[in-house]
Design a protein around this ligand. Structure first.
Ligand code: C2O
Ligand code: CU
Length: 542
């Protein structure tokens, strides 16, 4: 009989974090859910039960390419029907060879991912870096309102903001105020003097763009989004929603600890680019001393206040091994420029080239319609090409043929109403993209090619579209981010801002690569259940 390798059960229930109880979506009863460890090259069947009473769900394996099973990418209305309450879905998850690194999984429905998430680590036999042990630090947000209140507020004609994050959680833990009541504790990472560690940071926040530093310790970046990098020394990290970094940390020796007169060091986390900045702490805790004090919140931040560094790591971070297949400008077959800005119609929405996604969910998922032959990708492609900007306004997708080389430019624009700007961590499902940089104003090909001459672009699945200014004129460009990708993986892949509020407000696009033939040639067959399972992508069961 079929036996899944892993089982995840999604529930909705009252759950306490940061000394506050909230009705939250959980995986296996906790937030974050269990850490999954998968081996490169190995097929894993992961069964996800939706044990909620009245909500749909899906699980996405953030950062994994999924080209051998595009139906397992976990995007509602794109790659699958959402899983209705009381049902399960078997995901075929196969981390490809060479993908050893740090990932996470999360729900892709509504605002569920704020709590329905967990670390996913891909292991391999060979390790280019030595370290004695490793620790995972999954960073997430805590909101007082429920998912439903937040989604309803963001999508109603009477726009109501979710509110700012109330706490920054490290592995689900946080204690913020010096006078906090309740048993909540600071997140804690334990280390032994003298050993070396790989710390895996996972940006699983809903909203927060976090600047993070560890008292008295600097680190070396060795991995970004599942790809090893050349070592890069830094005193801080800047982590957007969806991004991951591994760093090497050399723990202090007993002697050094004596000199520093401490065995506990604060990890200071600060939100960037929000109207109010929040600073929270976790603890790097050396074993061997008296029991760690995880209830005392420093009355004053031990480290200087973090400031944003626009373009952090751009043109600077290098892949450990030269990336084969980096497409040159000459190889680019099409450039797709996507202007993003906020607008107000009957409610507040985020538009990409004038379109939002939430109001245009298809009746059935694109990939299902490709398998059944209902969606003709060739027609879609021709329409998109003839319109000139690569967008098909009937299916509302960006189609491309296998073999094309795309350059995708995200262009930040002032809101239609008052020219306000935001920071957006853009995430690519499917194959990772070469990040060819970002900057202020408008993308300029000649200037960027000049910069690329001395750079070695890394593959990323999430990179940040900065704003550079708080405000500009309505629709004026202010900040860009550019990617290059060889289209190899047939399937339906969402490219979207990873801020959950923005996603809910329409900041999502769908790229449709290849046709039915390509998909069938590269992936496992689907069963009848996959084609007929029902449910809506909005999160409710009707
Ligand atoms: Cu982690 Cu489509 O997202
Ligand atoms: Cu955004």
């Amino acid at each position: 009989a079929f036996r899944p390798d892993h089982i995840l059960r999604v529930t909705a229930q009252n759950y306490t974090a940061a000394c506050t109880t909230r009705y939250s979506v959980l995986v296996n009863g906790t937030s974050p859910g269990p850490e999954l460890r998968l081996k490169e090259g190995q097929v894993n069947w992961i069964r996800v039960y939706n044990d909620m009473k009245d909500e749909n769900t899906t699980i996405h394996w953030h950062g994994l390419t999924a080209f051998t099973a595009p139906f397992s990418d976990g995007t509602p209305a794109a790659s699958q029907w959402p899983i209705p309450a009381g049902h399960f879905f078997d995901y075929e998850v196969k981390p490809e060879i060479g993908s050893a690194g740090t990932y996470f999984y999360h729900s892709h429905v509504g605002f569920q991912a704020v709590s329905a998430n967990g670390a996913l680590i891909v292991d391999s036999h060979d390790r280019p870096y030595h370290y004695d042990a490793e620790r995972t630090l999954l960073l997430s947000d805590f909101f007082n309102k429920t998912d439903k209140e937040i989604v309803d507020g963001l999508t109603s004609t009477n726009f109501t903001w979710s509110g700012e994050t109330k706490a920054l959680l490290v592995n689900g833990q946080s204690r913020q105020a010096t006078n906090a009541t309740g048993s909540c504790q600071l997140g804690s990472i334990s280390v032994e003097p003298g050993l070396s560690y790989r710390l895996r940071f996972i940006g699983a926040t809903a909203l927060s763009f976090i600047s993070l530093a560890i008292e008295s310790h600097d680190v070396q970046i060795i991995e970004a989004d599942g790809h090893y990098t050349k070592p890069l020394r830094t005193t801080f990290l800047q982590i957007g929603s969806g991004q991951r970094y591994s760093v090497l940390l050399t723990a202090k020796s007993e002697e050094e600890l004596k000199k520093l007169n401490s065995r506990q060091f604060y990890i200071q986390l600060t939100t960037l680019e929000r109207p109010e900045s929040l600073t929270n702490f976790a603890v790097l805790n050396y074993s061997g001393g008296k029991k760690a004090d995880l209830r005392t919140v420093p009355s004053r931040p031990p480290l200087p206040k973090a400031k944003i560094v626009e373009g952090w790591l751009d043109y600077e971070l290098e892949p450990l091994q030269e990336n084969k297949g980096f497409p040159t400008l000459e190889e680019v077959t099409r450039r797709i420029i996507i202007d993003v800005h906020q607008n107000v119609s009957d409610h507040t929405i985020w538009l990409q080239n004038g379109y939002d996604r939430v109001q245009s969910f298809p009746k059935s998922p694109y990939l299902v319609d490709i398998y059944t032959g209902k969606l003709d990708t060739e027609e879609t492609y021709e329409r998109a090409i003839s319109r000139g900007n690569g967008f098909d306004n009937i299916t509302r997708t960006f189609p491309a043929n296998v073999g094309e080389v795309l350059e995708i430019v995200w262009q930040n624009q002032g809101t239609f109403t008052n020219g306000g700007l935001d920071v957006h961590p853009f995430h690519a499902h499917g194959r990772h993209v070469f990040d060819i940089g970002g900057g202020d104003g408008k993308y300029n090909e000649t200037a960027n090619e000049e910069k690329l001459k001395s750079a070695h672009p890394v593959l990323r699945d999430t990179s940040v579209l900065y704003r550079y200014h708080q405000k500009t004129k309505p629709l004026e460009p202010s900040g860009w981010r550019a990617w290059r990708i060889r289209v190899t993986d047939a399937g339906v892949w969402m490219y979207h801002c990873h801020i959950l509020q923005h996603m809910v407000m329409g900041m999502q696009t769908v790229f449709m690569y290849g046709d039915r033939k390509d998909i069938l040639a590269q992936s496992s067959p689907v069963d009848a259940g996959y084609l007929t399972y029902g449910g809506s992508a909005y999160g409710n069961t009707t």
